[in-house]
Each structure stands twice: as structure tokens, then as C-alpha cells.
Design a binder for this molecule. Structure first.
Ligand SMILES: [Zn+2]
Length: 297
């Protein structure tokens, strides 16, 4: 990848751990980016080899990574991701599982191995906006926590002219966002399941999930692209089988739940008085397609 590898004026870089981390959390924003001429790069640390398999005809433990790689490629296309990269680590599984011990498990990768690779992405793509998981990894998955930590280190290093000049010219991203999931959204889904006589699940890959309330600094209306987000979610077939709670409610109910995406602004320290309605709102020179107030040549 060369310096200034992406010619679009507005660029978003997303770092996640597994295929499917992206669709629910920011699939709508990525689809909006495509409509507005914002270039989206998605970097995925693993291929989700330790994930669940919704139905045995889709995959088995020996080929799940290959299947999920293709699922993410399909999802990325549905949601308008421009470039997709895999770091090539193995899914570490939930904390305390035997998968944690695998020699290529992402959670065991050293920062000195991963951070320079992320710096290379940042310096060559030069994103204004970066998205990754919050420090809890959303629900504590070791790979989610690892990609958070590596991204934080890489954002700092990428802006430091003394750090690894061979990896490209320094670049300071302007905003770092974490996906946020308001508890009211999950409550609405739980209430709907109960109303349909279905026992609601405990959330997350290992169950017993404590959802923590996050501050909301951006609320993005994604109604215009929610069918693209829904198609992206559905591309992850091994993860969203018929028994998934998202599938047990009606599609109308689910689409209604997908009207917005929420984000916590992790950096800079200064927060907006009102939640942003656009992750790029107010950035210097903002003049996105669809915004006819500013056009720079
Ligand atoms: Zn994940």
C-alpha cells in the first residue's frame, strides 16, 4: 500500500476483530459513506474461526474461517465498503476457552507485531474518522479488547513523526468513535420477544453479558440505507441463523430497530453539546456529497 493510497477527500477507517462485528455496529454509516463519496476501509483482525455455526450445512469447525471470510466479503459489498483487509490472526474465542491457547490467536499477538501494521493503514489511508471497539470490547471478547488497545496505540504512533518513518508520513486522525448500543434498544427487542412468547437470550457469544451504558456523542439516522445494513447482517449466515433473536421478531420490527446507529466520541476530549448527526460533522473543509453548502474544488 502506497502513501496516499486513497484519493477520496473523506476517508473512514474501521478496525474490528471478527466478520460480523461491523454490520450491526456501523453497517449503516458505511452504506451512507458510499452514497456520499466517503471512502471506507475495513480491517478485520481474524476470520472468526471460533464463532458459532448457526446451521451445520453452512460450515464446520475446519472451514468456518473460510466461510466467514466470504460472508464478510459479501457483507462488505452489500454495505458499500470500498476496501477490506484481514490481518490474518485466528479468532481467540471467548475468555476462558481452549481457543485462547492457539499460537496464532489474535489476543496473544504482541503489540509490537500488530501496531506497526495498523500505523501503515492509518498513514497510507489518512482517515479523518476511525472506528473501533471501546475498552470493554462491547462485551469483553478478548479479540475486541485487543483491537481496541492496538488501535489506540496505532493512532498515537501514526501521528508521531519520530515513530517508524519508513511506515509513511505522520497522520493525525481527527476523530475516534466507539460503537454504542443504547440499552433501550435491547430492552425493546427483549419486550418484543416476550410479547411473542419467546424467551429472550443473554447477549453475546458467551452469554451472561452485562451491557454497559455508554455516553452517546453521535446518533446517525440510517433509515435511507437500512436495507443495505440488513443485507449486510444477513450475509453473515453462520452467525444470524433462524434461531437468532434478530430473526425471531418480524423483519418490520427489526428494521424499525435499525433506524439509527450510535457512537461514543472517544477522542478528542472535547465532546459535542448535542450528539453529532454525522461522524464528519464540522470537520475542517467538510463538503460531502449530499451537503450542498460547501463544495471545494
Ligand atoms: Zn466479534
Amino acid at each position: 500500500m502506497s502513501d496516499e493510497a486513497v484519493s477520496s477527500k473523506y476517508r473512514m477507517l474501521v478496525f474490528f476483530a471478527h466478520p460480523d462485528d461491523e454490520a450491526f455496529s456501523c453497517g449503516g454509516v458505511m452504506a451512507l459513506n458510499r452514497q456520499r463519496g466517503v471512502h471506507t476501509t475495513l480491517v478485520c483482525a481474524t476470520k472468526g474461526e471460533a464463532g458459532e455455526i448457526s446451521s451445520p450445512e453452512l460450515a464446520d469447525a475446519s472451514n468456518l474461517g473460510l466461510v466467514r471470510e466470504q460472508e464478510l466479503r459479501d457483507a462488505a459489498q452489500q454495505m458499500g465498503v470500498d476496501d477490506l483487509y484481514f490481518l490474518g490472526y485466528r479468532d481467540s474465542g471467548m475468555a476462558g476457552t481452549v481457543e485462547n491457547q492457539h499460537p496464532n490467536a489474535y489476543a496473544n499477538a504482541s503489540a509490537s507485531a500488530v501496531v506497526p501494521r495498523l500505523v501503515r493503514f492509518i498513514r497510507s489511508i489518512r482517515p479523518q474518522v476511525i472506528i473501533t471497539f471501546d475498552p470493554t470490547g462491547g462485551y469483553g471478547h478478548p479479540d475486541h479488547i485487543a483491537i481496541h488497545q492496538h488501535t489506540i496505540a496505532a493512532i498515537r504512533a501514526a501521528a508521531d513523526s519520530a515513530y517508524a518513518p519508513q511506515l509513511g508520513k505522520p497522520w493525525q486522525a481527527q476523530r475516534l468513535f466507539y460503537p454504542a448500543f443504547p440499552t433501550e434498544m435491547f430492552d425493546a427487542l427483549v419486550q418484543q420477544l416476550i410479547a411473542q412468547g419467546i424467551e429472550p437470550p443473554s447477549w453475546g457469544e458467551g452469554g451472561e453479558i452485562e451491557m454497559t451504558a455508554q455516553p452517546i456523542h453521535a446518533r446517525i439516522d440510517i433509515r435511507a440505507v437500512r436495507s443495505a445494513k440488513w443485507a449486510g447482517l444477513n450475509a453473515h449466515r453462520t452467525q444470524f441463523g433462524d434461531n437468532h433473536p434478530f430473526r425471531q421478531v418480524t423483519e418490520e420490527f427489526m428494521l424499525e430497530l435499525l433506524n439509527d446507529e450510535w457512537f461514543e466520541l472517544a477522542w478528542p476530549e472535547e465532546k459535542p453539546a448535542e450528539p453529532y448527526d454525522d461522524l464528519f460533522a464540522g470537520l475542517v473543509g467538510a463538503g460531502l456529497a449530499g451537503d450542498n453548502t460547501t463544495h471545494e474544488g
